[in-house]
Design a protein around this ligand. Structure first.
Ligand code: FMN
Length: 364
């Protein structure tokens, strides 16, 4: 059923403007009669952040920004879904066009700028599906014109904790001017102190809610030292490495589109994202787990992410080019790797190559 839908839809979606195609994909997921996801092989299950993941393959933030289709996405076989980024107030984002495919590079550039229906709309949907189960993380961000961005994060955690499997504090979008300054040490320390405090305040009613920090792959290693140090001292539960990059690798083929402003994702992001993941892993020293995102478009790149330090992985751009078959392809490749290695859990792979990756020449 899923394979058929995918095969029918992809040529049509590829012919559309990328943002229109995304809108159509969300509508299809809303209305397609999807069967429940088949049970995953037990060897793919992992307990991370105190949550039981049926498999480690998640869909990254930005696909379902307004929490319209989390259950359909779980039915497609994702082990978890991250909805958002959700901002407190509705906002339109940047003017279109703001989403570009770099077909020859298998990359995407976006400068959406947190287009969001706002917290009320998303919360209503998430409350309505709260009993449905499955792991649904909620990615939160500040409004562009907010007078107090830290207060935006605090407010969203208070409001969403009860319906979130985990909350991601997204301070790494390149498309909201000044947002990434929240990664600076003094600001970040205050932000995380207040965010963790908010989580504690609502925990008696909302239950325990892991708080994750999503960072940019463009941090310098000195900045990464600070960010990891603060994340550790403020006791966040994990980090996502990472968001899109403002860098443009020199070997991109789609040179005209590459000049568009925005964050680059997909295959060209993989080397940098994987390096930053490994650099983060060696700094975290096992204190909390990491989610790896950036450029996963095959079983091999998924396994490489886990070996570089990811307990869980997330995909987005790879789905644009590979379709929904990518989910099963990754799971099969991970099972094959377990068999080849005589292991019965992915735990053995997590971070196995981190030190080696950090010793490689810096990726271009
Ligand atoms: C169109 C698009 C929109 C995105 N929107 C968000 C977002 O709202 N919040 C966020 O944290 N990341 C967002 N991202 C970043 C992804 O979650 C992910 O970190 C990044 O794309 C790297 O993964 P990929 O190479 O598999 O796409 C977006 C990415 C794309 C391509």
């Amino acid at each position: 059923m899923i394979g058929l839908l995918d095969r029918l839809a992809r040529p049509f979606l590829r012919a559309l403007d990328p943002e229109d195609a995304h809108g159509v994909a969300i509508k299809m997921l809303k209305f397609a009669p999807l069967p429940p996801a088949p049970r995953d092989d037990k060897r793919l299950a992992l307990r991370v952040f105190g949550l039981n993941f049926p498999n480690p393959v998640g869909i990254a933030a930005g696909f379902d920004k307004n929490a319209e289709v989390p259950d359909a996405l779980l039915r497609l076989g994702f082990g978890f879904v991250e909805v958002g980024t959700i901002t407190p107030m509705p906002q339109p984002g940047n003017p279109r066009p703001r989403l570009f495919r770099l077909d020859a590079d298998r990359g995407v550039i976006n400068r959406l700028g947190f287009n969001s229906q706002g917290a009320d709309a998303a919360l209503k949907r998430l409350v309505a599906r709260a009993a449905a189960g499955g792991i649904v993380g909620i990615n939160v961000g500040a409004n562009k014109d907010s007078p107090d961005r830290v207060a935006d994060y605090v407010q969203l955690i208070e409001r969403f904790a009860a319906v979130a499997s985990y909350v991601t504090v997204n301070i790494s979008s390149p498309n909201t001017p000044g947002l990434r300054n929240l990664q600076q040490a003094s600001v970040l320390d205050d932000l995380l102190a207040r965010v963790v405090d908010a989580r504690e305040r609502v925990a008696p009613n909302a239950g325990p809610t892991p708080v994750l920090l999503k960072i940019a792959p463009d941090l310098s290693l000195g900045d990464l030292d600070d960010v990891v140090g603060i994340a550790r001292s403020r006791r966040v539960d994990g980090m996502i490495v990472g968001n899109t990059t403002v860098a443009r690798p020199p070997n991109l083929l789609e040179t005209a589109t590459a000049k568009e402003a925005g964050g680059l994702s997909g295959r060209p992001l993989f080397p940098l994202a994987n390096r930053m993941l490994a650099e983060t892993y060696v700094r975290v020293e096992g204190v909390f787990p990491l989610i790896g995102a950036g450029g996963i478009d095959s079983g091999a790149t998924a396994l490489a992410k886990i070996r570089a330090g990811a307990s869980l992985i997330q995909v987005y751009s790879g789905l644009v080019f590979r379709g929904l078959g990518l989910i099963a392809e990754i799971k099969n490749a991970l099972l094959e790797a377990l068999e080849d290695d005589g292991q019965d859990s992915l735990k053995e792979f997590i971070g196995a190559d981190a030190a080696a990756v950090t010793a490689e020449p810096w990726p271009k």
